[in-house]
Design a protein around this ligand. Sequence first.
Ligand code: NAP
Length: 261
Amino acid sequence: MDLGIKGRRAIVCASSKGLGRACAMALAAEGVHVTLTARGAEALAKTAAEIRKLSPDVTVTEVPGDITTPAGRAAALKACPDPDILINNAGGPPPGDFRNWTRDDWIKAIDANMLTPIELIKATVDGMMARKFGRIVNITSAAVKAPIEVLGLSNGARSGLTGFVAGIARKTVINNVTINGLLPGPFDTDRLRGPVAEAEAARKGITVDQLIAERGKSNPAGRVGDPEEFGLACAFLCGAKSGFITGQNILLDGGAYPGTM
Ligand code: NAP
C-alpha cells in the first residue's frame, strides 16, 4: 500500500531505539526523509545507518540531543525547519510511589511527556496548516486509558497532553493537519525490559525474559507487541489519505483494555 507521502519530511523524536525507531523505519520505507533524535549519539548513528541501508532514496539526518530541553528541540527544528510529519516521543518517567515524588520530579515528567510535545507542535503546526498538510502523532501510553499505579508521573503528564490535543486537533484539521495519539500497551523494547520489569521480575524471583513471556501469555493476543507493528500503524496515520482521522487516541495493546470502546 502506497501511503502517498514519498518526499515528505519528518521529525521523529527519541528514535534511536524502540517505538520511535520503528516509526522512523516505517516512514522512511514510505519514502519520507527523516530527522532522528536521541541523546546517545552511538545508537542514533547505528539506527541512521540501518535506515540508510534499507531506504537508500531518503535523507536521514541525525540530531543528537535531549529533546526535552530547549536546545535539543532547537537543534531538531534547525535540521528540519518545516516538517510535514512530527512524531512526538521521549523516554517515560520512572515508576514509584506518589508519596515520594517532589515538585521537581513532577516538573521533569511534565516537561518530557507534556510540554515538549506541546512546544514542538507550537513550532510546527502553523507551517503545516499554511502548506495544507501535516501529520502529528504523539506516542503516549495505554496508561492514558487505564492508569498503571506505579507510573503515576506518566499517567498524569500524558493525560495532560491528551487533554490539550483533544482541543486543538479539531482546529487544525480544516487545513489537513491531523493530531492523534498512539497508545502503546506492552511492546518488546528496552523500556519494557527496564526498571519496572526488573523490579517485578526480582519480586517474583524470575528473569526479565520469563516475565515478558508471562506478560505475553496474559495478553489477549498471547504475546507482547512487535515494535514494527507500532511503526506501521504510525506510518498509516501519517498517510495522505488519513486526513479524516484527528483527535483520536488509538490503543495498540493486543486487546488488553477490556472496555467496549
Ligand atoms: P526505549 O526502547 O527505551 O527507547 C527510547 C528511545 O527514546 C531511545 O532511542 C532513547 O535514546 C530515546 N530518548 C529517551 N529519552 C530521550 C530524550 N530526553 N531526548 C531524546 N531522545 C530520548 O523506549 P520505548 O519502549 O520505545 O518507549 C517509547 C515511549 O513509549 C516512552 O515514553 C515509553 O514510556 C512509552 N511506552 C512504551 C511502552 C512499551 O511497552 N514499550 C508501553 C507504554 C508506553 P537515548 O536514551 O539515547 O536518548
